[in-house]
Ligand binder design. Structure first.
Ligand SMILES: Cc1ncc(COP(=O)(O)O)c(C=O)c1O
Length: 370
């Protein structure tokens, strides 16, 4: 297989480490190893003694148990052996698509989307059909439209909830309808949940798809809600043993096992996941309040669909030409926006990221440059 270049990654490769104000980062504020170890007395000393041998291929059992415990236990709940740890979310996406799909299969993908959620399937020879979010309806998904996209060749539905890049969080009844459709047709449901836990109203948090549907694969990671992307620790959770087994065997040809120091640190993070998520929800809440003011002041040029979860949004630049504006802002003011073209979503929308502590300064730089 030969996937097309990953447009977001190519864009970031050019600007991420050279532009002063990253106003489109998808993750929350990271921290140092010392900061993380400080969450737990004795952890720093234990880290120094941690063994650097190969680790267990499916993931350290204690880490898998800690991940399983983060699911609420709706339905049958998630057991330790129903979790498979990966190198970030990205490896798990690549593995799932390779293990679940055959050339000629039809895959329905929540769109616009994080590119690998569709591109890996396409490169494997699957037919990718968008389940299009509606910008005029706050980027909502229509369950009836989904039902109309299914044919006998359909093998999987891929969704991203909460959504990158729009921050859309589907209501419970839409997730229920989605699960019913998938169950009725016996489809895989791959649910990218990398922003789960960053809902602004905790009452709106959905069950993980794997808790609601026996053929669902939920994707989680420490990169976004927890702000620890450098650990490269992601996972899938599923109650379906067949896909779990296939993905475990496929990992032998990918990273084989995870980084031992990362697994140690991930265990510490997961033991304190609520405190870390709350720290990040606080940053996001404060930054969103600034964004509300920004869009109110500039309503004639920007249309703002306020997200319901996550650390990113996808506002519209009404005059169009966001790609040229983003290039100009990067070069002239060192402010980085992510134009919607990298999502094949036209030249008006752009991704904003507000999970970082220097966001107020970055937003002020944008406003001054505009
Ligand atoms: C929706 C979504 N899924 C998966 C990933 C990949 O995550 P990671 O970088 O942790 O592998 C990202 C990263 O931006 C993402 O936004």
């Amino acid at each position: 297989m030969r996937p097309e270049p990953f447009k977001i990654e190519r864009y970031f490769a050019r600007y991420e480490f050279t532009t002063r104000y990253l106003l489109c980062a998808s993750d929350c504020e990271a921290m140092t190893v010392d900061d993380l170890l400080a969450y737990e007395p004795g952890a720093a000393e234990a880290f120094g003694r941690h063994w650097l041998g190969y680790t267990e291929s499916p993931g350290d059992p204690a880490l898998r148990a800690a991940i399983a415990a983060t699911y609420q236990g709706i339905g049958q709940g998630i057991e330790t052996d129903q979790v498979l740890v990966h190198s970030g979310a990205e490896e798990a996406i690549f593995s799932f698509m390779n293990c679940a799909l055959e050339p000629g299969d039809r895959v329905i993908v929540h769109s616009p989307c994080y590119q690998s959620l569709q591109e890996v399937a396409r490169a494997l020879g699957a037919e990718v059909v968008p389940w299009q979010a509606d910008p005029a309806a706050g980027w909502a998904l229509d369950p009836e439209a989904l039902a109309g996209l299914i044919t006998p060749r359909t093998r999987a539905i891929v969704v991203n909830i909460p959504h990158n890049p729009t921050g859309y969080l589907m209501p419970d009844e839409v997730q229920a309808a989605l699960v019913e459709t998938a169950r009725h047709h016996g489809l895989w449901l791959f649910s990218d949940e990398v922003y789960r836990g960053l809902e602004y109203d905790p009452a709106e948090r959905l069950p993980a798809a794997c808790e609601r549907y026996e053929r669902a694969v939920s994707l989680g990671v420490l990169s976004k809600t927890y702000g620890l992307p450098g650990l490269r620790i992601g996972w899938i959770a599923t109650r379906e043993p067949e896909i779990l087994g296939r993905m475990a065997a496929f990992k032998d040809y990918l990273t084989i096992c995870n980084s031992a120091p990362s697994e140690f640190l991930a265990r510490v993070a997961l033991r304190h996941h609520e405190a870390i998520a709350e720290r990040n929800r606080g940053i996001v809440r404060d930054n969103l309040a600034l964004l509300d003011g920004f869009f109110e002041r500039r309503a004639e040029r920007f249309a703002w669909v306020r997200p319901r979860a996550g650390a990113i949004a996808f506002p519209e630049y009404r005059p169009g030409g966001i790609e040229a504006l983003a290039r100009d802002l990067a070069e002239r003011a060192e402010v980085l926006l992510l134009p919607g073209g990298v999502y094949d979503a036209g030249d008006r929308h752009f991704r904003l990221g507000f999970g970082r502590r220097n966001f107020p300064e970055a937003l002020a730089a944008l406003e001054a440059a505009l």
